[in-house]
Ligand binder design. Sequence first.
Ligand code: NAP
Length: 346
Amino acid sequence: MDNNYFKMKAAVLKSYGDAKKSFHIEEVPMPVISNNEVIIKVEAFGLNFADVMARRGLYNDAPPLPSILGYDVVGEVVEAVCEEGKKLLGKRVVAMTRFGGYAEFAKTDVSGVAVISNNLASVKASALATQYCTAYYGAMECTNLFKGDRVLIHAAAGGVGTAITQLAKIKGCEVIGLTSKEAKMAYLKENGVDHPINISKVDYIDQIKKLSDNKLDVIFNSVGGKSYKKDMSILDKGGKILLYGVADRLNNSKGILGTVNLLLKFGIMTPIQLMISSQSIIGINMLRIADYKPKVLKRCLEKVVEMTENGTLDPKEGGVFKIDDLSKAHAFLESRNSVGKIVVKW
Ligand SMILES: NC(=O)c1ccc[n+]([C@@H]2O[C@H](COP(=O)([O-])OP(=O)(O)OC[C@H]3O[C@@H](n4cnc5c(N)ncnc54)[C@H](OP(=O)(O)O)[C@@H]3O)[C@@H](O)[C@H]2O)c1
């Protein structure tokens, strides 16, 4: 079918910058699928911090303008080509999309799709695709957390941070969670963080040293920049640091100078140092996993769906916005005031 004849509404990113001016709701051609892809009629789409970076023009993986962002959707499978996809027709699913999620219909590979129950709220389900998959892949596959491990989580109240905290507590870890907002400290406690720290009031390294002489076993860092060097100073021998974001990029100027400045903040190190201290630096990019390791993505997604459906995991609602309020949802995520997952409904 040539879907160019069929139109749908989408929130199109037309220019980089302010959330109020960047998105336009427009009629665009329906997605066209091939081989292993399915089309999902979108009930709600999720926001991720990468969307903010993309809107700011700071995200290399994002498609060129005009583009449709969006990493995760909840909805019904309405079109499929392959046998595996056809089995999903009519089913309510959560899916990781490789962009294209901010639309009435979105396409994705079947490996990024999982069936969900009708009573799972779309805001909770939407958190599972990108944020919980990233957390699960990091905390349960890239590193295996053990009971008693001392774990540090940056941006612990956010979507990925909420998920890592829950997984670390299931494993019996001692969790130190960072935030820049006093208003999020109670949320961190409620979600299981043992030692919430407000980084805008105290230096988190000093604070962690005051808690115990022991260094940290595992660090989840989504901020990058100077925080990486600081983290390495409190990582124990045999410890692991997982790098999965560079939110600090927003604090640097745009363009090559900003990028160089960010890289310099990380500093330089040789792999020999890692071998001598038996430490690991693990990088995570779920887009690469979706592209090159689709079975891994499927395994993680099915696991977090199962753990949520049986009550082991509990994604937290951070806000449900109408499509006309997309710019407000974006500004909220960028403001650093949000917790948990934010979704937008058609
Ligand atoms: N590598 C991957 O495949 C992958 C996949 C998903 C997400 N991520 C990354 O994981 C991180 C969390 O993503 P998310 O979608 O769950 O977002 P989120 O944590 O819900 O929101 C971002 C949070 O980052 C913190 N932050 C730190 N520095 C910031 C800055 N300069 N500007 C704005 N916020 C800053 C803020 O929390 P506080 O103010 O409380 O510190 C903010 O609330 C992001 O860095 C994202 O890029 C990576």
